[in-house]
Design a protein around this ligand. Structure first.
Ligand SMILES: [Cu+2]
Length: 230
């Protein structure tokens, strides 16, 4: 396999590009090609590029992508799938409206499922920018990095499926694009009885570190949502 397209970009450049569709696609193609034909060539470079982003287990099209999807591998601690549920999740600036101080939001910031549930997430992004529904804490033998991840490009719907293990657990869900979690795109998936609620879930829990400048906070609010303040 010829490596010229990847060589023209340094690893640093690719990392800087982050989740740019083109760089991800190039990295994934190179990775697959290398693992079948030339297993050792450029291995380190490719590994760095794909770390935390793919690892070959990714589906992508013009609408966005799904990473580490799992429809059929039942976790080893589950005898069978306990339930099949679908979560319809919408993302966008407009869902931040009920939560002062946030800029982005989700139609819901908490979901419930049974242990060993198979969960399909239908993720609709109503903004013109990218958003993600990224969940952490899954078993790593089934989900590289313990992560399941959907990304929807502007105005697109992307659907993906994963299966949770038998543990009662509260999983972090967020959008990993810079500042989106801090500005409201943080949520939790409670499986069974869950554990402790996570901090800073809009409408549910207080942030770990509260703002200490209330006057500035109210100024920002009136600027950002001037249409609500007549
Ligand atoms: Cu986002």
């Amino acid at each position: 396999m010829h490596k010229k397209p990847l060589k023209t970009l340094s690893t640093g450049t690719l990392v800087a590009l982050g989740l740019s569709i083109n760089s991800l696609y190039a990295a994934d193609t190179e990775n697959t090609a290398a693992s079948t034909a030339l297993p050792h060539v450029h291995h380190n470079t490719e590994k760095k590029v794909s770390e935390g982003m793919c690892g070959g287990d990714m589906r992508m099209n013009m609408q966005g992508m799904v990473m580490h999807e799992n429809k059929n591998n039942i976790p080893k601690d589950c005898a069978k799938i306990s339930e099949d549920i679908t979560l319809e999740v919408k993302a966008g600036v407009k869902y931040s409206a009920p939560y002062p101080g946030t800029v982005f939001g989700l139609s819901q910031h908490q979901w419930h499922a049974k242990p060993c549930a198979r969960i399909t997430v239908k993720f609709t992004n109503e903004d013109e920018i990218r958003h993600q529904w990224m969940l952490h804490g899954l078993p790593r033998y089934l989900y590289p990095g313990g992560m399941f991840h959907i990304e929807a490009n502007g105005q697109a719907t992307v659907t993906g499926t994963f299966i949770v293990p038998s543990s009662h657990y509260t999983y972090l869900v967020h959008c990993d694009i810079a500042q989106h979690m801090e500005k409201g795109m943080k949520a939790q998936l409670v499986v069974g009885k869950g554990r402790k609620d996570l901090a800073g879930i809009p409408g549910l829990t207080d942030p770990k570190f509260k703002d200490t400048y209330p006057s500035q906070s109210s100024t920002a609010k009136s600027t950002f949502r001037s249409e609500n303040i007549e």
